[in-house]
Design a protein around this ligand. Structure first.
Ligand SMILES: Cc1cc2nc3c(=O)[nH]c(=O)nc-3n(C[C@H](O)[C@H](O)[C@H](O)COP(=O)(O)O)c2cc1C
Length: 381
């Protein structure tokens, strides 16, 4: 199959798979799609190890790396340490989390100071120095795409990509953002609708894709790929019928055999309907779609504090979720009720665990069936 995206990335089928799991990235690329490794939560040392592993297992097929360097976050531009960030977390929020834990049978303080300090790497990686360190590592590998979420990629990201001959992709949730990204010089727009797992806007994929395709077409010939809620080949065909040159997916890989998703969360996802997700700020401080659970319900309750701005909310939420997941895996019922993870509304269609390669092949079959169905509608007898 040929589209602007298969040409740009050197792939057979324009199905892009975002994943934090190196095995998923390698398997999708080997099956003819394109794996893109999410690096926002890890440090440069771990990224180096993960990319070296992918290089050894991807049979020379192309893959990419994704970062999160937002336009806006707490203390942007200031020099802050991890301790500074932790000291900005109000006691009210820590007490609230302890209250939620205690109500679900998890005794004692929810979060000790050490776990807050260890927490997530996100607070470091979203800063220019953290992101630059990751980019140095990424560009030392044969990556074929670098992507950025939550804002226009910083100029140094685009310059480094140009120097290495690597195209830059940017995720957008609104037409206006797509125009800004084109003006900033990106090579591919990922139009991600509000159904998507993880950070997402409010506009649905069905509306956003044609809106962005039309707006981009007026000013540039760079490709637009569709994201948000796409978990089948029929949906992929529909998005390409709307002018997308490929699709970008995240949720559908979470229940594959290779994914590192906790078995407890995987089981919840396989059983969930499309109505069991919520778009909320309680995980990172910016709206992100997650599996609805007792944890997300607690943050929606009238007594809940306002989530903190990025990256402070993650300093609480990530160690809390890590502890919840560990306890849930050990059989703790209260923790099981609280367990959650990012996932999109497509979760309602994710009902069987498959291999990553199996998902790619199923997309291919469904895409062909859908294309034939459409062609059949206009065929002359
Ligand atoms: C578990 C999970 C984590 C995500 N983390 C990131 C991230 O770090 N960077 C990013 O650009 N997008 C991230 N996303 C969004 C995906 O790149 C993608 O846009 C989204 O998953 C598409 O919608 P879908 O989940 O309905 O397929 C994440 C999505 C999921 C499900």
């Amino acid at each position: 199959m040929r589209s602007a995206v298969t040409e740009m990335l050197g792939i057979e089928f324009p199905l892009i798979a975002f994943s934090h799991c190196r095995d998923v990235v390698a398997e999708v690329s080997k099956a003819g799609g394109f794996g893109i490794f999410g690096a926002a939560g890890i440090g440069p040392g771990k990224l180096e190890a993960e990319l070296a592993w992918i290089d050894d297992h991807v049979d020379g097929k192309p893959y990419g790396v994704d970062l999160i360097v937002p336009m806006r976050y707490e203390s942007k531009g200031a020099k802050v340490t991890r301790d500074d960030q932790v000291s900005k977390v109000p006691q009210t929020h820590l007490d609230f989390v302890t209250g939620v834990f205690n109500r679900h049978g998890i005794e004692g303080d929810a979060l000790d100071p050490d776990s807050l300090k260890r927490g997530t790497r996100l607070g470091t990686n979203i800063r220019d120095d953290g992101a630059s360190a990751l980019l140095e590592v990424a560009f030392a590998h044969p990556i074929k795409l670098i992507a950025n979420a939550l804002g226009t990629p910083p100029a140094y990201m685009i310059e480094m990509a140009r120097a290495h001959g690597v195209p830059v992709a940017a995720l957008v949730g609104a037409r206006e953002h797509a125009i800004k990204q084109v003006q900033a010089g990106v090579d591919m727009i990922v139009a991600s609708g509000g159904e998507a797992g993880g950070h997402c806007g409010e506009v649905s994929t069905m509306i956003l894709v044609p809106e962005v395709v039309r707006a981009v077409r007026e000013i540039s010939d760079i490709p637009v790929v569709a994201a948000g809620g796409i978990v089948t080949g029929e949906q992929m065909a529909a998005c390409m019928a709307m002018g997308a040159q490929g699709v970008w997916t995240g949720s559908v890989w979470l229940t594959t055999a290779e994914a590192e998703t906790s078995p407890v969360v995987k089981e919840k996802m396989l059983a969930a309907t499309s109505r069991q997700t919520i778009r909320a700020k309680s995980r990172t401080g910016k709206p992100s779609r997650q599996l609805r659970s007792a944890w997300t319900d607690a943050w929606e309750a009238p007594d809940a504090p306002e989530p903190l701005p990025m990256p402070l909310q993650s300093i609480i939420a990530e160690p809390a979720m890590a502890r919840i997941t560990r306890l849930a895996e050990g059989g703790h019922e209260g923790a099981r009720d609280l367990a959650s993870y990012y996932v999109g509304q497509g979760v309602g269609l994710m009902n069987t665990a498959q291999s990553a390669k199996g998902v790619v092949y199923q997309f291919m079959e469904e895409f062909l069936d859908a294309s034939e169905r459409l062609t059949g509608l206009t065929a002359q007898d």
